[in-house]
Design a protein around this ligand. Structure first.
Ligand SMILES: CC(=O)N[C@H]1[C@@H](OP(=O)(O)OP(=O)(O)OC[C@H]2O[C@@H](n3ccc(=O)[nH]c3=O)[C@H](O)[C@@H]2O)O[C@H](CO)[C@@H](O)[C@@H]1O[C@H](C)C(=O)N[C@@H](C)C(=O)N[C@H](CCC(=O)O)C(=O)O
Ligand SMILES: Nc1ncnc2c1ncn2[C@@H]1O[C@H](COP(=O)(O)OP(=O)(O)OP(=O)(O)O)[C@@H](O)[C@H]1O
Length: 488
């Protein structure tokens, strides 16, 4: 391919060499530099990769994309761009021959609910017999193959590579999580989503290397309505007006509370039976159906309604949408791993006080005999989280088992002591079992009829990090092992 062909969508200034040069790859990491590759130089948050120009040229690179006027070795083609990350995104789309255009694309953003909602959309589409690719915190998923990723929204090159693999595997649909950081870092530049979904926004990801303040966070999150054809907004979010004020797409809304929205959840029921714990509600408005969702929690009404709102545009059989919602499996998100006459055990990824608070509050809607909470906190991270999570557990759970999370390089006992201090202030009942495996076992073997046990903090994680070493550990697997022993 001639380099010039890849430049069609890009604004650039040719500063040296021939644009007809043959290229076959785009690289943004000097360690992957090779002959035939275009190297995109960028000023990162830690490193300015313009400094690698001599070494990439040495490795055979003959084409450079630069963000600043720098000396370019003789015989090398170079173009100057205003923003190298944007250029990387547009070049990557061209390199993989615009695979996103070959699928129906759905982008999901929001502070909470992205992973859950993307899984819901995928499961429903699959229940309708469609082939779906998915990208997010749990990795790149194509069929049964899951490829872990460093970021929730990977770099643009990895995105377009994944889109290409999806399109080649016959996926008709692609659903992905789009983080605010991805918008800020131009990872999705050049993509137009067929549907852009906004779940909610609350202060998060504010700090060094992320967002300066809430205003900036909100600005980047609201970009979803600037790169989508149809946008779907949660009208119950207190910031909905700011988020949608300059939306550049056809806009629709969903709500659990507000009348007059395009999609409305009504007649919400919390169902807790030995063989089914979850939700029932009716969708009203532009689309009407009654659904049963096999994951609990008021916020999952919002997530399921959001998923149905998007899918209502796709002319899918309603009974298959209902079937999908009744048979969801979202790894580690309000996941009911075990349910019996005695107790229901839920694994959830809530790892801060806000999530924990909404989780424990919503589980109360199921009127358990006791709400038991098993949790710990990560080591080498802010101590505030220990105090605030301890406070929430003490106030909202009937009984707490404090245990280890990822202690990293800290002593588990020290972390537990921090949590203990804040639980004690609330007067909530608790015990301490530092070994997470034993804590899970204790919660289930000492369950009282009607108990709901929430094991929280690690969700889908399949490891526990102690002294800098990651050991295999899964809350889900541990629950199932105890369940098997109990059944004998
Ligand atoms: C702050 C931030 O977002 N950093 C992201 C950014 O890294 P960077 O480019 O600034 O890194 P850098 O080390 O300065 O490197 C600059 C350039 O030099 C190149 N380089 C570097 C070393 C070398 O030897 N040779 C070389 O060429 C690098 O490939 C890069 O092109 O670009 C990388 C590639 O896309 C990202 O992996 C990385 O995410 C880091 C790991 C991160 O932690 N990001 C978080 C904040 C994030 O993005 N989170 C969101 C939200 C998650 C959520 O919702 O919970 C996410 O989507 O994951
Ligand atoms: N719509 C929602 N509103 C509030 N809390 C939610 C919502 N959906 C899920 N949660 C809670 O937040 C946790 C994370 O949910 P999920 O992974 O779906 O969100 P996310 O946007 O992908 O978050 P993260 O960026 O933290 O991975 C869940 O385990 C649950 O406790």
């Amino acid at each position: 391919m001639k380099f010039k062909e890849w430049l069609k969508d890009l604004k650039y200034e040719a500063i040296q060499g021939n644009l007809d040069v043959e290229v076959e790859e785009v690289v943004y990491d000097s360690r992957k530099a090779r002959e035939g590759a275009v190297f995109v130089c960028m000023k990162g948050t830690k490193i300015d990769s313009h400094e690698f120009i001599p070494s990439v040229v040495e490795a055979g690179v003959k084409v450079l994309v630069v963000e600043q006027k720098v000396p370019v070795p003789e015989g090398v083609t170079a173009v100057l761009v205003h923003n190298a990350r944007e250029a990387l995104a547009l070049l990557s789309a061209a390199r993989f021959d615009y695979p996103a255009k070959k699928m129906v694309t759905i982008g999901v953003t929001g502070t909470k609910g992205k992973t859950t909602t993307t899984h819901m959309i995928k499961t429903i589409l699959e229940s309708c017999g469609k082939k779906v690719g998915m990208i997010g915190t749990t990795g790149i998923v194509i069929g049964q193959t899951v490829t872990p990723t460093k970021n929730t929204t990977p770099e643009s090159y990895e995105l377009h590579e994944a889109f290409r693999n999806m399109a080649d595997a016959g996926c008709e649909y692609m659903v992905m999580e789009v983080s605010s950081q991805a918008f800020k870092m131009h990872r999705v530049d050049g993509i137009t989503f067929d549907y852009g979904l906004f779940t909610n926004i609350s202060p998060d990801h504010i700090g060094p290397d992320e967002h300066d303040d809430f205003e900036e966070y909100l600005y980047y999150k609201s970009r979803i309505f600037h790169c989508s054809r149809k946008g779907i907004m949660n009208r119950d979010d207190t910031h909905w007006a700011e988020v949608t004020k300059d939306a550049a797409c056809e806009l629709y809304s969903f709500s659990m509370d507000e009348e007059g929205t395009d999609f409305k959840a009504e007649n919400i029921h919390y169902v807790s039976q030995p063989d089914f714990v979850g939700l029932e509600f009716d969708v009203k408005g532009r689309y009407e159906l009654s659904v049963r969702v096999n994951i609990p929690g008021r916020f999952n009404v919002a997530n399921a309604l959001a998923a149905v709102s998007v899918l209502s545009f796709l002319e899918l059989p309603k009974e298959r949408i209902c079937h999908g919602l009744e048979h969801l499996s979202v790894n580690g998100r309000m996941e009911i791993v075990y349910t019996s006459e005695t107790c229901t055990v839920i694994v959830d990824y809530a790892h801060n006080a806000v999530s924990m608070e909404s989780l424990l509050t919503t589980l109360r809607d199921y009127k358990p005999k006791r709400l038991v909470c098993v949790f710990g906190c990560g080591g080498n991270r802010s101590k505030d989280r220990r105090y605030s999570m301890g406070d929430s557990a003490g106030r909202l759970a009937d009984f707490t088992i404090i245990t280890a999370d990822n202690s990293r390089f800290e002593k588990t006992e020290d972390i537990i002591a921090d949590i203990r201090g804040s639980i004690e202030k609330t007067g909530g009942k608790f015990i301490e079992i530092p070994d997470r495996r034993e804590a899970i076992e204790y919660s289930m073997t000492h369950a009282q009829p009607g108990d709901m046990i929430a094991i929280i903090g690690k969700g889908h994680e399949d490891y526990q990090e102690m002294n800098g070493v990651r050991h295999h550990f899964s809350d889900r697997e541990e629950v199932l092992k105890v369940a098997e022993r109990l059944s004998k």
